[in-house]
Ligand binder design. Structure first.
Ligand SMILES: [Zn+2]
Length: 384
């Protein structure tokens, strides 16, 4: 099979523009198409050009993968291995080793990949260890190795975000909630009262200089409710238990805003800091923590009148009458946590100041969204 003149011209022009753009991917693409059309010799010539561009670019990791893949695809195993060897000589840090190791693993060079992962581990900075544990777990699915890395990371992690990331990975990779929680409590430190201004551990005053604290929105929950009752009346006596009736209109009326509602809200933020003297971690909450109460909700309620009626007649209560009083609780309920901006750092001269800054921050919003509006039918009485 030989390439038609038209195709040849297209390939040539694609190749020229790829070279002008210094786009290795595009050059390799042309080589693949040329090979598909049967001109292996020309394809190899183009790949040679891609290879020298890759060499001149300092063996960029992404290109290593594309180039090696193309070569394997064309059965050029030896050449692909030469690419890997060259790429290895160019590796000099955690990232380059772990990238190449991943590429080698994809190319089924498992032992070689492991060797390079080990080198990556030795070069990994403290903050790269958690990433590395994920990499080992995702690529090699080696939980033992991932665990060893996480243990090392536990020794090294100090900042709040590092500890957060670490506890998340421990949960994700090892499903070890106990260990993850231990890290979280190490990260949070002891809870401190906002009236306190000295360290339990070293006795120093916190606010000798402006204290650096980190604040974030943590939780939002709110319920608005009203106890209501509406009359359900028929032109003649009916048995509600057996009647064919559409309660939709009644239900829609019940779901309209009541005149007055009560509400209960629990929305709070978290402030974390280290004692400026001994570095002991502390935390305190701001906002409404532990304030929400749903105990008033009647436990024998239903979302639809039909369910309430069925329940009544199942308990042997007659549902025959002309006029009924339906009792229900109206709800607007939202417990989807809403926040914005993640963690933010403040400098404060007291905890009151810190709390005020967090609650008034433009970047952090503590609240709720995703409200549900519903009615909880809990009783029905026959009036006549
Ligand atoms: Zn202290």
């Amino acid at each position: 099979m030989s390439i038609s003149t038209d195709d040849r011209n297209t390939f040539e022009s694609d190749l020229n523009s790829a070279k002008e753009d210094k786009d290795i991917d595009a050059i390799i693409d042309v080589a693949k198409k040329v090979a598909e059309e049967g001109d292996k010799e020309w394809a190899n010539k183009i790949l040679k050009q891609a290879e020298s561009m890759w060499e001149n670019d300092g063996y960029r990791s992404f290109d290593t993968e594309t180039l090696a893949e193309a070569l394997f695809g064309l059965g050029e195993t030896e050449w692909a291995n030469k690419i890997f060897e060259l790429a290895e000589t160019a590796c000099n840090d955690y990232n380059s080793y772990q990238m190449l190791a991943g590429t080698l693993f994809k190319a089924n060079e498992v032992d070689w990949a492991k060797k390079l992962f080990l080198k990556a581990e030795n070069l990994a900075a403290d903050y790269e260890l958690v990433h590395f544990s994920k990499r080992i777990n995702d690529t090699l699915e080696d939980k033992e190795w991932a665990k060893k890395i996480l243990l090392k990371a536990e020794d090294k992690a100090t900042s709040s975000s590092e500890l957060d990331e670490l506890s998340e990975s421990i949960r994700e990779i090892l499903d070890d909630t106990e260990w993850a929680n231990k890290i979280i409590s190490k990260n949070m430190g002891d809870e401190i009262d906002e009236d306190k201004d000295t360290c339990d551990s070293c006795g120093e005053y916190f606010f000798e200089e402006e204290l650096k604290v980190r604040g974030q929105a943590l939780h939002g929950d709110r319920v608005d409710w009203a106890f209501e009752e509406n009359i359900l009346e028929f032109p003649e006596t009916v048995n509600l238990a057996t009647i064919e009736f559409n309660f939709e209109e009644f239900d829609n009326t019940a779901k309209q805003d009541p005149k007055e509602t009560e509400s209960s809200e629990e929305t709070f933020g978290l402030i974390k800091f280290l004692c400026p003297n001994c570095r002991k971690p502390y935390h305190l909450y701001c906002g409404e923590k532990g304030k929400i109460d749903r105990s008033f909700i009647p436990s024998n309620g239903f979302r639809t009148i039909e369910e309430l009626i069925t329940d009544k007649s199942k308990n042997g209560i007659s549902m025959i009458g002309q006029k009924f009083n339906v009792k229900f609780c109206f709800f607007i309920d939202g417990n989807t946590f809403k926040h914005r901006g993640g963690e933010q750092t403040f400098e404060c001269d007291g905890f009151e100041d810190a709390i005020e800054q967090l609650l008034n921050s433009d970047n952090i919003e503590i609240g709720v969204q995703g409200f549900n509006r519903y009615v909880h039918y809990y009783d029905i009485e026959i009036l006549t």
